[in-house]
Design a protein around this ligand. Structure first.
Ligand SMILES: [Zn+2]
Ligand SMILES: [Zn+2]
Length: 336
């Protein structure tokens, strides 16, 4: 609209469709390690649609629509997302946890509204580090937080949460009907970033060793005799209350307590029945206290020494990288 000497002239603006095509107005880059549902909630919020209604727009109605897409993303929805975000389809598919080599250790997804009403004795579908959410420039939920073997944040050393610190309900950002970011509890509206206490050293050592072993499994290194590491760890039953439970069925509070008991060698809640799964857990528990020292010695042996200068502040080396480096070293020696 322009004001001129002869009056007001109005020039129609270019239509949105011809200017931007079918692209949604706001584009969101997935963060490293982000879970698909987290990216979808951020995408919905940025484009002015509460997540509860964004699922229906994508053709995935239902209460826990985005968490279901984490586990199985149909091609038709992948195409819709690619068409409207112009992100490569393989990048979008990589945000899911499917196909899931660690399915046995993944926290369970219950149907519909049961996610929010889970009593404190039940596992929820997702955990989070409040310190990470507080520090993120744009808070996002990580794929690793959906594993039952994760208890603490490797960056902050604090315990994870699996419930809102204010109302105690499990996370349900997919059912948020208001236009608020997903680090706000969809049940009570409180912020989720209330800090937790540091995790005990013993529990963290055990958690770190299991995480390294699972990374090896995900990278294609398999156990002898074709046994599956996640299946072994996930099939062991621990005596909690009246009935034995696998680790993926326990809430964070009980899993943390369990890891502390195991690391400190206190009375362990293994049932009376002996099984390969229980034996494997016991071997892992024995190795955990010396594991970080072993990894450091291993990395000193196979990785080039850093040049003199200030110490890097990054986390420890990735075990899968170390194994690959050792394999390369072995090949080079053989070639010589
Ligand atoms: Zn953290
Ligand atoms: Zn709440």
């Amino acid at each position: 609209m322009r004001f001129g000497p002869t009056g007001i002239s109005v020039t129609p603006a270019e239509r949105y469709e011809s200017a931007a095509g079918n692209r949604w107005p706001v584009s969101i880059m997935p963060a490293p390690g982000e879970l698909l549902s987290s990216w979808l909630h951020r995408l919905a919020y940025a484009n002015g649609i509460p997540p509860r209604y964004f699922g229906a727009l994508l053709g995935a109605p239902g209460e826990n629509w985005s968490a279901r897409l984490d586990r199985a993303l149909p091609d038709r929805i992948l195409l819709v997302l690619g068409e409207h975000t112009h992100k490569p389809l393989e990048d979008i598919a990589a945000l899911t946890i499917a196909p899931d080599a660690l399915a046995r250790l993944r926290l369970p997804l219950r149907p519909g509204s049961q996610q929010t009403c889970a009593p404190r004795t039940q596992a929820t579908w997702l955990q989070f580090c409040p310190a990470c959410l507080a520090e993120d420039e744009t808070p996002f939920f990580r794929r690793g937080w959906s594993l039952a073997t994760r208890l603490s944040c490797f960056r902050h050393g604090c315990r994870l949460r699996d419930r809102c610190p204010s109302c105690g309900h499990g996370l349900a950002p997919f059912s948020q009907k208001r236009l608020v970011p997903h680090q706000i509890c969809a049940s009570c509206g409180a912020a989720l970033c209330k800090r937790t206490r540091p995790a005990a050293a013993g529990a963290r050592h055990l958690e770190r060793l299991i995480d390294d072993l699972l990374r090896l499994h995900a990278a294609g290194h398999r156990m002898a005799e074709g046994r599956s590491l996640p299946d072994l760890l996930g099939s062991a039953c621990f005596q909690f209350g009246r009935r034995p439970m696998s680790i993926a069925r326990l809430p964070h509070r009980d899993r943390y307590q369990l890891f502390q008991q195991l690391a400190e060698g206190r009375s362990t809640p293994f049932g009376k029945r002996r099984s390969p799964a229980i034996s494997y857990w016991k071997r892992v528990i024995q190795a955990a206290p010396t594991w970080s020292g072993l990894v450091t010695s291993f990395s000193d042996a196979v990785l080039p020494r850093p040049k003199a200068g200030p110490c890097p502040t990054t986390a420890g080396p990735d075990l899968a990288d170390l194994v690959q480096a050792a394999a390369r070293l072995h090949q080079t020696r053989q070639a010589l």
